[in-house]
Design a protein around this ligand. Structure first.
Ligand SMILES: Cc1ncc(COP(=O)(O)O)c(C=O)c1O
Length: 402
């Protein structure tokens, strides 16, 4: 059964089954999916280009909106070149299609997004997974497979910020694990862009890295609140993807009006740094409140808007979820690949939430958890991360249970 359909929504509230609900869902990190200027850009784009190009970009379907967006993305992500794709999933497929012309084997963090694994497999690459966050294992495997590879090179693929638990990949260690200049580190930064680094430029800038072996893929449907995806990196790699990727060359691009919206979103992110400041202060507030309650969240390190956690047993989690809904609050209880358990809470705060809304969520957890026998001292934690990424807060929750 699909979930209850949303009847209408703002950046913080959603109407389902006729009820207006305070929502901590989605990935509209800077609230841009509802910004009037972004919406106006779509209207202007529709007037200018119509709805669809009805042709692929490499035939007769290219537009100035796409070229301008690629330029803006390259500048924002600090990369030489970028290529626009239909969405983040497709960007990973096009990236893997390009990799497959140069590499035989790729190493992938075991908890990277489904699309990264799927893309690599469907491009015919040999996929070797390393344990989540275990950069020493990645380095060992990189050496081993490079030695055995006819081309003598390897690509390591990882999420920047992991979608299902909010952990951050140790990119400096992964970069150091590359055995030579012909190898690549590909970062799916769907959840790092508009969240981490100066001006929200992503996980790579968060670590202050600059290296021609770095490739980024990202969606435009999260922090930028728009739709689409891209590959960004060294010109040779992006142009390789443009040349060889069937999913790019033989499909219709996003509507140009949507590209105009994404372009406007990038302009706003850069012009209004207070949005990112607000996101970060909201994350800090919610993180503080949830960790006071003893919830097993990542309670230290860089500010990430995703709070993924498991409580004691699926039935009780479902009851907590439903009791919060009856309070008029959506704290998503979801099933998604690579989370801390088969079903888990995934609460997301964004820049549009007010202090009062954040407190309302935390107060509701504080009221409902003890009523269900889930006092902080008896909360159980799922094993979301490998040992390298496990925070002291998680460890102490686990030890508290034992
Ligand atoms: C880490 C990651 N990569 C890729 C994707 C796919 O992006 P899109 O939804 O634009 O296809 C997602 C979306 O959920 C994601 O979280």
């Amino acid at each position: 059964m699909p979930k209850l359909p949303i009847e209408c929504s703002t950046a913080t509230n959603t109407t389902m089954d006729g009820r207006n609900i305070l929502a901590f869902a989605g990935c509209n990190y800077l609230g841009l999916a509802n910004d009037p200027r972004v919406l106006q850009a779509v209207r202007a784009g529709l007037d200018r280009y119509g709805l669809s190009t009805t042709a692929s970009r490499e035939t007769t379907g290219n537009t100035t909106a796409f070229d301008e967006l690629e330029l803006a993305l390259s500048r924002f992500l600090g990369m030489e070149r970028s290529l626009l794709l239909a969405d983040g999933y497709t960007a990973n497929i096009a990236m893997a299609q390009a990799l497959a012309t140069r590499f035989r084997t790729v190493l992938i963090d075991a908890k990277s997004h489904h699309s990264v694994h799927d893309a690599a497999r469907s491009a015919g690459l040999i996929v070797v997974s390393y344990p989540h966050g275990d950069t020493a294992a990645a380095a060992r495997l990189a050496r081993m497979h490079t030695d055995a590879d006819p081309a003598g090179a390897i690509a390591i693929l990882t999420d920047g910020v992991f979608t299902s638990d909010g952990a951050i990949a140790k990119l400096p260690d992964l970069l150091a694990a590359l055995p030579n200049d012909r190898s690549l580190l590909v970062v799916d930064d769907c959840h790092g862009v508009c969240v981490l680094g100066p001006e929200g430029r992503g996980t790579i800038t968060h670590f202050g890295l600059s290296d021609p072996r770095l490739i980024v893929t990202t969606t435009l449907a999260k922090g930028f609140g728009s739709y689409g995806g891209c590959i960004a990196g060294a010109a040779w790699f992006v142009e390789l993807a443009r040349a060889v990727s069937g999913i790019y060359r033989c499909s219709t691009p996003i509507p140009p009006a949507v590209a105009m919206a994404a372009n406007e979103a990038i302009r706003i992110v850069l012009a209004e740094p207070e949005r990112l400041d607000r996101l970060r202060s909201n994350i800090a507030r919610l993180r503080g409140r949830l960790s006071e309650l003893g919830l097993p969240i990542i309670a230290d390190g860089p500010l990430i808007p995703i709070f993924a956690f498991v409580l004691d047993g699926p039935e009780r989690m479902d009851r907590v979820h439903r009791s919060l809904l009856s309070d008029g609050i959506l704290a998503p209880y979801i099933k998604y690949p690579n989370g801390p358990a088969e079903a888990f809470f995934r609460v997301v705060v964004n820049a549009a939430h007010t202090n009062e809304q954040i407190d309302r969520l935390a107060d509701a957890f504080a009221r409902r958890l003890p009523a269900m026998g889930l006092l902080p001292a008896v909360l159980h934690v799922g094993s979301a991360c490998g040992p390298d990424l496990e925070s002291p807060a998680r460890r102490s929750s686990v030890e508290g249970v034992a």
